[in-house]
Design a binder for this molecule. Structure first.
Ligand code: CP
Ligand code: NVA
Length: 316
């Protein structure tokens, strides 16, 4: 069974295939108007979402399929009356694909273990692979290629998006510099770093981690940031985290140290005045809305891959 749980399971060829197919769907959506005819996507979200939920729903509709957004708050699962295992066993009898946004990464692994249909990780506390496939599509679109690109992430290094960016970039030969506060709380998970260093060695790229934001961003082609208050972080931590992450805010001074043609990215949702200033996210280097659009194209490519779709003319 094919799933998308984390990018560490996907090869450079797998990822390239998604980017090529995603670009093709974006260029000529009519060719894919019936690609997922009759297919049903089951979606369940334990956390909030705009982009992921709506891009999966609109994406499959544009290919002839249907999505169900299952409300966990009115479910036996949410009420503690039914196990996750039984929920996915049942859903596998109705739907062709399962998309889930969950707190615990072990739970998406459990879903994949018990599902009879492909499972897509729509974000866990540990990773966000769908986001990064769209990000790589966006970088390739804007910069023409991935190999040799200098990518800089500033902010929370111990973060789902950061981990998936590290996997995606290292597998695809992109240099990645992380600028984050020192220490285990805010640096990328050591096991992710170790795996990504191995990917980078194989693909000929470099990974550096620094607590100096200016050093991390020097000469970067892509400057990326994410929320300082991820969905799973308690509001009580707000003031402390603002203090810790303020030196990593992407502002005009930071952007002036990147390459002059650098693009600015944020997976969104964004808080102006926190992880980036309004001048940066609303400025000419920002590509955040193209990036958000590409969620749908990249994910449609993922859905077709997992459904075993052979090409533009064929149905799943
Ligand atoms: N970037 C992203 O996943 O956005 P949502 O939380 O709105 O889905
Ligand atoms: N790191 C963020 C990503 C949101 C898309 C979070 O988990 O909330």
């Amino acid at each position: 069974m094919n799933h998308l749980i984390t990018l560490q399971d996907w090869s450079a060829d797998d990822i390239r295939g998604i980017l090529d197919r995603g670009a093709d769907i974006k260029l000529d959506p009519k060719q894919y108007a019936h690609a997922a005819d009759q297919k049903v996507l089951f979606m369940v979200f334990e956390k909030p979402s705009l982009r992921t939920r709506v891009s999966f729903q609109t994406g499959i509709a544009r290919m002839g399929g249907t999505a169900i957004n299952y409300d966990i708050s009115t479910s036996p699962l949410g009420a503690g009356k039914e196990s996750l295992e039984d929920t996915v066993r049942v859903v596998s009898r109705y739907a062709d694909l399962i998309v889930a946004r969950l707190f615990k990464h072990e739970h998406i692994e459990l879903m994949a273990k018990h599902a009879l249909v492909p499972v897509v990780n729509a974000l866990t506390d540990f990773s966000h692979p769908c986001q990064v496939l769209a990000d790589l599509l966006t970088i390739r679109e804007k910069k023409g290629e991935l190999k040799g690109i200098r990518f800089c992430f500033l902010g929370d290094g111990n973060n789902n998006v950061t981990h998936s960016l590290m996997y995606g970039c290292s597998i695809m030969g992109v240099d990645i510099a992380i600028g984050c506060p020192a220490g285990t709380t805010y640096e990328p998970h050591p096991s992710v770093l170790a795996e990504c260093q191995a990917f980078a060695a194989e693909g000929g790229s470099r990974i550096t981690i620094s607590d100096d934001a200016m050093e991390a961003v020097e000469g970067a082609d892509v400057v990326y940031t994410d929320s300082w208050m991820s969905y799973h972080i308690s509001e009580e931590e707000h003031d402390k985290r603002v203090g810790v992450f303020t030196p990593y805010q992407v502002n005009d001074a930071i952007m002036s140290h990147a390459d002059k043609d650098a693009i600015f990215m944020n997976c969104l949702p964004a808080q102006r005045g926190y992880e980036q200033t309004a001048s940066v996210i609303d400025g000419s280097q920002s590509v955040v809305f193209d990036q958000a659009e590409n969620r749908m194209h990249a994910q449609n490519a993922v859905l077709l891959k997992l459904l075993g779709h052979g090409g533009p003319d064929t149905h799943c």
